[in-house]
Design a protein around this ligand. Sequence first.
Ligand SMILES: [Zn+2]
Length: 81
Amino acid sequence: MMFDSNGKAYASVAETKEGTVLVADAGFTCIESGAELTVQSDPVNGLYVSCGDGKHFLDGQCDDHTAPDAFYVGLYPKPAA
Ligand SMILES: [Zn+2]
């Protein structure tokens, strides 16, 4: 598991699937801080969320795909209600 500077865990690659809701941090230029984003699936490029530029592919947020505990930097799992 990977945490941000506030100790908050980022979304893990293993648990993020189409339909998962993620919450963006303040590090995006194309996504509003705190925005809730439903993960969608592109047949060619895989998982993405909608952003100001169109599709924001999650691959670009992942630090290391080969790690067993890979995570998406800047995206948090939405806390359970
Ligand atoms: Zn984007």
